[in-house]
Design a protein around this ligand. Structure first.
Ligand code: NAP
Length: 349
C-alpha cells in the first residue's frame, strides 16, 4: 500500500506545527498540502511558521508553499485526510465544505464535537462511536466526513476515567493547571503569564463538563446516550510550556479502595496496534511527587497520560488523583493522528 496523502489546515500554528513534526516519516501518511491564512498563503512554510519546537523543521514541509483556504480542492485531489487545527470560526465553515467535497476531516477543533452525528473519539475509550460516520454521511449526503478528538484537558481526564467506569462514577470534580502552548502561539502574552496564574480560560470549563459524558456514553442505535455522572471543572493557565496537569476527585456509587483504583489504572491496556497508539495509554506513577509536566509529558512519545497520587478523599466513596498529559501531542495533533490511523485500520479510508 502506498502512503496516504494528508493536508494540514492551520499548519503554521501551535497545533499545526505539531502535526508537521509528528507526521514527518509517518509509515502510513505523507504531506500533501499545508494550509493557513491569507497572511501566509503563497509563501514557503519556513518563511511563515514561527517554529518553536525543539526539532528541526522537516525539510519537505519547509520548502512547501502554503495555500489559503480558497485553494482547497484546486490542486490537492490526491489528499485523502485533512487534519484540522484552525480557529473555531474558520473551522466551522471550512471543515464542513471539506467533508462535503469528499475529504476525511480529523479535527482538533471544538465547533463540531458535540453535534449528534459527529464522532468524538479517543480510540482506546470509544472506538465503537465511529459507527456515527455512516449516520453522518447518510444524514448530510456528504462523500467525506468529520471526526473529532476532545479538548486537550478533557482527553486526559476522560482517559483516566475510562478504567473506573465499572465502579459506578457518580460525580467528578476537576481543577486544571494548563500549559501556555494550549493557548496557541499568540495566545497568552509573556507579560501576562510570567510570575502568574490566570484563573480563567474561555469556554474551557464547558468543554470539560460536557465532552467526557459524550465520550463515555453508550452508542444506542444512531445516537450516543451521555454517561450519567456530572463533571464540575475549574480551569487555570499556568507558567508551564507543555503538559496539562489536573487534580481530580471522583465520587462513586459505592466505596472503592485506593488499591482497586490503582489496579484499574495499571491494567488498562490498548489493543490498537497502530503507529501512534501507545502500548500503555495510562502510566501509574507511585512516587509521591509525580506526575510532573517536565518529567512525564513525553511518556509514550507524548501519547500516554500519567496518573499518580491516588488516595482517599474525605468521604469513603471518594478517590482523588492527579492526571497529566502532553497537550499538543495526546491532547491535540497526536490524538487526531491516532484517530486517522484507526480509520485506516478499520477500512473507513
Ligand atoms: P494558533 O497557534 O493560533 O494557530 C492558528 C492557525 O490557524 C494558524 O495556522 C493560522 O494561520 C490559521 N488561521 C488563523 N486565522 C485564519 C483564517 N482566518 N483563515 C485560515 N487560517 C487561519 O492556534 P492553535 O493553538 O494551534 O489552535 C488551533 C485549533 O486547535 C483551535 O481551534 C484550538 O482550540 C484547537 N486546539 C488547540 C490545542 C492546543 O494545545 N494548542 C489543543 C486542542 C485543540 P496563520 O499563521 O497564517 O495566521
Amino acid at each position: 500500500m502506498g502512503k496516504i496523502k494528508v493536508g494540514i489546515l492551520g499548519a503554521t500554528g501551535s497545533v499545526g506545527q505539531r502535526f508537521v513534526q509528528l507526521l514527518e516519516g509517518h509509515p502510513w501518511f505523507e504531506f500533501g498540502a499545508l494550509f493557513a491564512s491569507e497572511r501566509s498563503a503563497g509563501k514557503r512554510y519556513k518563511e511563515v511558521a514561527k517554529w518553536f519546537l525543539p526539532y528541526e523543521m522537516p525539510e519537505e514541509a519547509a520548502e512547501t508553499v502554503v495555500k489559503s483556504m480558497d485553494e482547497i480542492g484546486a490542486s490537492d485531489n490526491d489528499v485523502a485526510i485533512m487534519f484540522s487545527a484552525l480557529p473555531g470560526p474558520v473551522a466551522s465553515k471550512v471543515e464542513k465544505s471539506c467533508a462535503q467535497a469528499g475529504y476525511v476531516v480529523s479535527s482538533n477543533v471544538a465547533v463540531h464535537r458535540m453535534e449528534k452525528d459527529v464522532p468524538l473519539v479517543i480510540p482506546e475509550v470509544n472506538a465503537d462511536h465511529l459507527a456515527l460516520i455512516e449516520v453522518q454521511k447518510s444524514m448530510r449526503g456528504w462523500d467525506g466526513f468529520i471526526i473529532t478528538n476532545p479538548n486537550c484537558s478533557a482527553i486526559m481526564l476522560t482517559l483516566s476515567l475510562k478504567p473506573l467506569m465499572g465502579y459506578g462514577i457518580k460525580e467528578v470534580r476537576v481543577s486544571t493547571m494548563q500549559a501556555v502552548s494550549g493557548a496557541g502561539y499568540e495566545g497568552v502574552p509573556s507579560m501576562a503569564i510570567l510570575d502568574n496564574v490566570i484563573p480563567f480560560i474561555d469556554r474551557e470549563e464547558d468543554k470539560m463538563e460536557s465532552e467526557p459524558r459524550k465520550i463515555l456514553g453508550t452508542l444506542e442505535g444512531s445516537e450516543v446516550k451521555n454517561a450519567q455522572f456530572t463533571v464540575c471543572a475549574s480551569c487555570h493557565r499556568v507558567m508551564v510550556m507543555d503538559g496539562h496537569t489536573e487534580a481530580v476527585w471522583v465520587k462513586f456509587e459505592e466505596s472503592v479502595s485506593v488499591d482497586e483504583v490503582k489496579k484499574a489504572f495499571k491494567n488498562f491496556s490498548s489493543d490498537l496496534k497502530t503507529p501512534f497508539a501507545p502500548e500503555k495509554p495510562i502510566i501509574l506513577r507511585e512516587e509521591r511527587n509525580r506526575p510532573q509536566p517536565k518529567l512525564d509529558r513525553d511518556a509514550g512519545s507524548g501519547m500516554s497520560v500519567s496518573v499518580g497520587r491516588v488516595r482517599e478523599g474525605r468521604m469513603k466513596d471518594e478517590i482523588k488523583y492527579i492526571v497529566m498529559g502532553h497537550n499538543t501531542i495526546r491532547g491535540a495533533a497526536g490524538a487526531s493522528i491516532v484517530n486517522a490511523e484507526v480509520l485506516v485500520q478499520r477500512g473507513y479510508i
